[in-house]
Design a protein around this ligand. Structure first.
Ligand code: NDP
Length: 435
């Protein structure tokens, strides 16, 4: 706290990891001797920069840009870019720190980073988004590269933004290389990358339920968010026979007791991706559903909850509501959506709980597969990528079980994920010396 003042999100993420790995480190003092935790919590590099651009009225606009390059011991820095007015250095440091351990869990050679800007894409024209992205990359290009740092999407950054950034990078450097992932399939993007985080979170949920001889079929599922992760988590739950009853955005949530089916989901994709509208517009088309402004969806009756919007969106009170309503399984599609109070309650009440660094790792894993395809200059089929994604999610689940088994036989996925990611990165750091 003294070294990193006013960074509450970063402290929260570090504290959770330290609590999980401390007993393991005490049993293995080599990690103390090499000061691994102290080194892991200090970013290798943080860049922050000015992003000037002209809006459609010809006015000069200025935003802040960041890239936190946290750890490169197991591969080039890798992690998403977030465009949202709420971002701070603390948010990017927490996301980058989580990313290091998450990427360690995937078993692919990727270090951890995160970045983005306080730019708000909402209400901006396509042309303004393009001009912003071009100015952002004009500075960012000095710090990234296919062997250095490979950014991807996150909140507010999807295919459109990655396309504009890739175009500007190519123009500035005269190199057609896989410097971003989440690209369009026409220019090197991996099939299934847009779906991968949401699908992966549901594959992980399925694995957790398997440990109790249960499955998603017939289950009622509450999902928050209605962006990339939420949409594809919904799609996979429907495919596996579950019933999704909620989706949300930062203005409120919709509840559809009949379940969101494939046709309704297509309509949501049109609202959110087609004309960049609000989730409230769902009830205009489906009047049997209800819209709840300024509320979160955690008060509804459900068997499974998948928070897929943003950090700290599910607190202790929400966790109590979910538990009282019979929720048996929670998997984080978003990064750190559950507060520490919520996570403690889930553990106390033996709710199966998966932290984001395990449950949402399918996105970055498929970005890793995109990097491989780009290096090999080939493109794998959707089926091949999906097979690899499933295997990666199963392997992450097994690693969590291996390191997270409690004396009473239950599985603490937070502990399992943190220890497994830590070992991989820490051992690489020790082998590479004091760098
Ligand atoms: P999107 O921008 O596509 O969607 C974000 C969704 O969350 C929107 O519905 C948005 O609503 C909502 N949201 C954002 N901020 C808030 C807030 N403060 N309160 C309530 N709702 C909010 O982002 P993604 O789906 O890509 O990302 C969602 C989460 O998943 C993030 O935590 C991200 O870090 C994580 N993640 C994403 C990965 C990916 O591959 N995309 C990979 C791994 C993790 P609104 O439209 O009103 O802003």
């Amino acid at each position: 706290i003294r070294k990193n003042p006013h960074e509450p999100e970063f402290h929260q993420a570090v504290q959770e990891v330290v609590e999980s790995v401390a007993p393991y480190i005490l049993e293995n003092p080599i990690y103390i001797k090499h000061k691994i935790l102290e080194r892991m919590t200090e970013p290798e590099r943080v860049v922050s920069f000015r992003i000037p651009w002209l809006d459609d009225q010809g006015e000069i606009q200025i935003n802040k840009g960041y890239r936190v390059q946290m750890n490169s011991s197991i591969g080039p820095y890798k992690g998403g870019l977030r465009f949202h007015p709420s971002v701070t250095q603390s948010v990017f440091k927490f996301l980058a720190f989580e990313q290091v351990l998450k990427n360690g869990l995937t078993s692919l050679p990727m270090g951890g980073a995160k970045g983005g800007s306080d730019f708000n894409p909402k209400g901006k024209t396509d042309f303004e988004v393009m001009k912003f992205c071009q100015s952002f990359v004009t500075e960012l290009q000095r710090h990234v590269g296919s062997f250095t740092d490979v950014p991807a999407g996150d909140i507010g950054v999807g295919g459109r933004e990655i396309g504009y950034m890739f175009g500007q990078y190519k123009r500035l450097t005269n190199r057609f290389v896989g410097v971003f992932t989440g690209k369009g399939a026409e220019f090197g993007g991996s099939l299934l990358r847009p779906e991968a985080t949401g699908y992966g979170a549901v594959y992980f949920t399925q694995e957790m339920l398997n440990t109790q001889d249960d499955s998603i079929k017939g289950k009622t599922v509450a999902i928050s968010g209605s962006g990339n992760v939420a949409q594809f988590a919904t799609e996979k739950v429907i495919e596996l026979g579950g019933k999704v009853v909620t989706l949300s955005d930062s203005s409120g949530y919709i509840y559809d007791s009949e379940g969101i089916d494939t046709a309704k989901l297509e309509h949501i994709k049109l609202i959110k991706n087609g004309y960049r509208g609000r989730i409230s517009q769902y009830v205009d088309e489906y009047p049997n559903a209800t819209y709840h402004p300024q509320e979160k969806p955690w008060g509804v009756k459900c068997d499974i909850a998948l928070p897929c919007a943003t950090q700290n969106e599910l607190n202790g009170d929400s966790a109590k509501l979910l538990i009282d309503n019979g929720c048996k399984c929670v998997a984080e599609g978003a990064n750190m959506p559950c507060t520490p109070e919520a996570v403690n309650l889930f553990h106390e009440h033996k709710v199966l709980f998966a932290p984001g660094k395990a449950a949402n790792a399918g996105g970055v894993a498929t970005s890793g597969l995109e990097m491989t395809q780009n290096s090999m200059r080939i493109s794998w089929t959707r089926e091949k990528v999906d097979d690899k994604l499933k295997t990666i999610m199963q392997n992450i689940h097994s690693s969590c079980v291996k390191h997270g088994r409690e004396p009473d036989g239950s599985i603490n996925y937070v502990k399992g994920a943190n220890i497994c990611g830590f070992i991989k990165v820490a051992n690489a750091m020790i082998t590479q010396g004091v760098v």
